[in-house]
Design a protein around this ligand. Structure first.
Ligand SMILES: C[S@@+](CC[C@H](N)C(=O)[O-])C[C@H]1O[C@@H](n2cnc3c(N)ncnc32)[C@H](O)[C@@H]1O
Length: 309
């Protein structure tokens, strides 16, 4: 699919499901099953600010310092556009193209050096010429990329990258951990992860199936795509303010509400619509899981992966 402008009526249509707004197109095609409403837009903005805290060791908190002065950048699945906007603002001399299947959370005001368009990342990325970009960024799109598409998604990036360019792939590993090894205190979270991952494969449409193993398999896929060496940067991010280090504690504090909202929004549709749980059972499980996210004694955390070839 070539990129299209934001005016396409079929991409702007919304549909309600248990008080949340979804993109009608994405649900119909089983492309992406998370809400795209104001609540999610706010969560994505807050999550973006948390990530800037996590990566404060990078000069601009957006990409590492070894990626020097990229001039042409692609953001895959821009969502509410926070990363693309911040980068375009940070460096007015670079151009930032963003693509997303859904225009509904896009920022109303864009900068002159931004170009946001609609495209489906599950299709061959024909919206740009080969060797166009110095940096391609892909963050938290695992729930929208078909399981079988990943190797070709990364091959497409390889084709669109200029020689010496960089790819930056960021995803959560949605298995929650306890720093003190108290897994009994994370039982509802573990049940949530199991159900969510099971729900990703419960479809008869091949393109609807999503991978629950992106953080584990991405390095191999990147090598298969042609990238010779791959660096994986893993950060453990607290889900409540338990770390003794003040900066990490502040991150944990901010991440608590983000993670509470994430586990509710990400799994609501696939788990209940695919009938793994009734809506009441799901809400009860998420309530318990939210309490576990905030259990200071268990020192819960989640892993954030960034891969750079
Ligand atoms: C969880 S949001 C992340 C947004 C942004 N990258 C960030 O880090 O804040 C995922 C975004 O990817 C988009 N997306 C998911 N699957 C997609 C696909 N197959 N093609 C294009 N966009 C997709 C969704 O519409 C959504 O805006």
């Amino acid at each position: 699919m070539a990129a299209t402008s934001f005016n396409g009526e079929r991409f702007n249509r919304k549909v309600m499901y248990h008080d949340r707004e979804y993109q009608d197109y994405s649900l119909r095609h089983e492309t992406y099953l998370a809400p795209v409403d104001l609540e999610e837009e706010t969560r994505l903005r807050d999550q973006h600010e948390i990530l800037k805290m996590v990566y404060r060791d990078w000069d601009n908190s957006l990409h590492p310092n070894f990626i020097e002065d990229p001039e042409s950048i692609l953001d895959c699945g821009f969502g509410s556009g926070n990363w693309a906007y911040d980068l375009a603002e940070y460096d007015p001399n670079c151009t930032v193209m963003g693509v997303d299947i859904c225009p509904l959370m896009a920022p109303p005001d864009q900068l002159d050096n931004m170009d946001l368009q609609i495209a489906n990342l599950n299709d061959r990325m024909d919206f740009a010429e080969p060797e166009t970009f110095d940096l391609i960024h892909s963050r938290f799109v695992a729930s929208g990329i078909s399981a079988t598409r990943w190797p070709n998604y990364l091959r497409d990036m390889y084709r669109l990258l200029r020689k010496g360019g960089w790819v930056q792939v960021t995803e959560w590993d949605l298995n929650f951990r306890s720093e003190v090894g108290d897994t009994d205190a994370l039982q509802a979270l573990q049940e949530w992860s199991r159900l969510y991952m099971q729900s990703l494969s419960l479809t008869t449409r091949p393109q609807g199936k999503k991978s629950a193993r992106v953080t584990q398999d991405c390095e191999t896929w990147l090598r298969m795509a042609g990238f010779a060496s791959v660096t994986t940067d893993i950060r453990d991010v607290a889900t409540c303010p338990w770390p003794s280090d003040t900066h990490q504690r502040n991150i944990g504090e901010a991440n608590l509400s983000n993670m509470k909202d994430l586990i509710r929004s990400l799994a609501l549709y696939p788990v209940t619509q695919r009938q793994l749980r009734s809506i009441e059972e799901f809400q009860a499980l998420v309530d318990n899981a939210c309490a576990e996210l905030g259990n200071i004694q268990a020192e819960p955390y989640i892993r954030l992966y960034i891969l750079f070839p």
